[in-house]
Design a protein around this ligand. Structure first.
Ligand SMILES: [Zn+2]
Length: 274
């Protein structure tokens, strides 16, 4: 068995504030440790059930949150940006039995969910693929789907879990905390969060072969509602980027690889002009 894990930080149990997301700020080092512990618990559970190899992509912020020195010998880590497949880089290498999304959060236009956003809170308000509003979990699932890999599980707050199961169908899940607002949550003790995560991974592995990949057939249309009209105006200067209204742009690609590359381009230039 070979598994893929994409790990974010906002959906990790005790993460509730923006400071915890950024190097140098309050409790960021703790948040890294919690994220690393969650990834290790998922890997360890999968290993017990027969996983021979696992690729983990560190998919938050700098892409260098997970403590690389603590990874066991059967885990390969994808670190830093930019990378064409974004939060799913590594999914293109070899054959996987399934993908797990750990520490994921709800999407930018969902009024609920702790630290909800889609890719960049300051840049994007909402992302749609072929007309369907998708959180990051949906984008990741569609990239995995391009390679024929099903997402078996999502671990995050209750809102992210509800979004993912509504979009992806009958997948396993682990509710690591209960959202009580954008910057608050009810957080179980670490042992309980770990118990839920391990149970979710066991459930996910039991579903191998039963979950269909979330695949987009044919060309994919991406629509992004931006946070400011000026961003929409600038992007619409580029041939191939259409402006749908004051805040919304549209881009088409042959497949999810093209969409992922475009998203990575946008989030990279956004970082460059900050
Ligand atoms: Zn993140």
């Amino acid at each position: 068995m070979r598994l893929y894990i994409s790990a974010d930080i906002e959906g990790i149990a005790a993460v509730v504030s923006r400071d915890q997301l950024a190097p140098g700020k309050f409790e960021f080092e703790s948040a890294r440790d919690w994220m690393t512990a969650a990834v290790l618990a998922a890997c360890d559970t999968a290993r017990e059930l027969g996983a021979e190899a696992i690729v983990v992509s560190d998919s938050h912020g700098t892409g260098q949150n997970i403590r690389a020195e603590l990874m066991p010998d059967y885990v390969e880590l994808v670190r830093s940006w930019p990378r064409p497949l974004g939060m799913m880089q590594g999914i293109e290498v070899g054959r996987y039995d399934g993908a797990l999304l750990i520490g994921y959060h709800a999407g930018g236009s969902n009024p609920a969910g702790t630290l909800s956003h889609t890719m960049s809170g300051e840049f994007f308000h909402e992302v749609r693929l072929n007309g369907v509003v998708v959180p990051e979990a949906g984008i990741s699932a569609a990239i995995a789907g391009h390679f024929g890999v099903p997402v078996l599980m999502l671990a995050g707050d209750d809102v992210a879990v509800a979004e993912a199961t509504a979009l992806l169908g009958d997948i396993a899940s682990a509710t690591l905390k209960t959202s009580t607002g954008w910057l608050s949550a009810m957080v179980p003790p670490p042992q309980e969060a770990e118990r839920r995560l391990r149970a979710g991974v066991r459930d996910a592995i039991g579903r191998i072969g039963q979950v269909a990949p979330y695949a987009m057939s044919g060309p994919v249309t991406l629509e992004i509602r931006l946070r400011t009209r000026l961003m929409a105006e600038w992007l619409a200067l580029v041939n191939g980027i259409e402006r749908l209204d004051a805040y919304t742009i549209r881009y088409r690609a042959d497949d999810m690889i093209g969409i992922s590359r475009f998203l990575m381009f946008l989030t990279s230039i956004r970082k460059a002009i900050e």
